[in-house]
Design a protein around this ligand. Structure first.
Ligand code: DGY
Length: 320
């Protein structure tokens, strides 16, 4: 008998096909009205789980007594309770590497959009407001040659630094738990304290994973010490930003603008105050969402499940 694998949300067809060759796949697509009861019934007999966003915690695990592996179709794994999984002997995996350039493209695009007010002025044209040559009050700010600060320069941060250095001649500051020589040698990046990064950068790009240590890393004090001319970009997770403090900083003109791909609550409620600022560019957590990259992430997540169910070490094991 084939092992049972429950799949949830964005598991691309190419990966479903690959999984079906070896497992009995029970797929619950995101956004469809599926029966929670059936989902739980399938979890009762599941050997593996693959999916996006769903919390894999004590409660989830209590429905899945035979689970051997839970495979996240994302590099971030703040939805996983690693301690609970390890305690129950469940392998946890994610999908690092295959999305780095794609996410870096998105973050760079958002930075450009905020600096040059692209989404705001797109609306200006479509609303028929473009009547004369662009007035000064609609001008943007430069990106090239201005200082980029990256908080959490991991694999994706390094790709952002590459674009900034090679394409835009930007001096780069970074703040990590430890120094990253490769970043300094390849892109002339300078390691500095969080305080120095925030006070000196024209663009502050937050890319840290969401952990208890990075919770609300950007709060009132952090926004206050940023330059008034600086733009804040969040490509990390909503949990790393105190959104009330961000709203306050925007209202009081403590920063010039922001570009946000992630939020405390996703989807962000339509009446959220962050959505009222013309100088805030918002995107719907689209960092990795291109066809090729989403296929590759799903395929890697499937590979992790299949390796675990074959008694092998999955390539992206997060716990031992
Ligand atoms: C991830 O993989 O963690 C990114 O946020 C894209 O979903």
């Amino acid at each position: 008998m084939k092992p049972v694998v429950v799949a949830y949300s964005r598991v691309r067809k190419v990966a479903q096909d690959k999984l079906r060759e070896k497992v009995d796949l029970r797929y619950y697509p995101y956004g469809t009205n599926f029966s929670n009861e059936n989902f739980k019934k399938d979890l009762q007999i599941a050997d593996g789980y693959i999916g996006l966003e769903k919390k894999v915690d004590e409660e989830f695990l209590s429905y899945a007594p035979h689970l051997k592996v839970a495979s996240n179709v994302s590099v971030g794994y703040d939805n996983f309770d690693l301690e609970a999984m390890t305690k129950r002997g469940v392998m946890a995996t994610n999908t690092p590497g295959v999305l780095d350039d794609t996410v870096a493209d998105a973050i760079f695009g958002m930075m450009l959009a905020a600096a040059r007010r692209i989404s705001e002025l797109d609306r200006y044209v479509k609303d028929g407001e473009w009547k004369t040559s662009l007035p000064d009050e609609k001008f943007g700010v430069d990106v090239h040659h201005r200082t980029l600060g990256i908080i959490g320069a991991g694999r994706i941060g390094e790709k952002i630094a590459k674009r900034a250095h090679l394409g835009f001649d930007m001096p780069i500051l970074y703040h990590n738990r430890s120094r990253k020589k490769s970043l300094e040698e390849a892109y002339g990046a300078t390691y500095c304290s969080l305080h120095d990064l925030l006070t000196k950068s024209d663009f502050v790009c937050l890319m840290t994973p969401s952990t208890p240590e990075t919770r609300n890393l950007m709060g009132e004090k952090e926004f206050r010490i940023m330059k008034k001319s600086a733009i804040f970009v969040n490509g990390s997770r909503g949990a790393t930003v105190d959104e009330d403090a961000l709203v306050k900083a925007l209202k009081e003109g403590e920063i010039l603008g922001a570009a946000l791909d992630v939020y405390k609550e996703e989807p962000i409620p339509p009446n959220h105050p962050l959505l009222t600022f013309p100088n805030v560019v918002t995107t719907p957590h689209l960092g990795s969402s291109t066809f090729v990259t989403e296929d590759n992430m799903s395929l890697l997540a499937a590979e992790n499940v299949l390796a675990a169910l074959a008694g092998k070490r999955p390539p992206n094991l997060l716990n031992e």
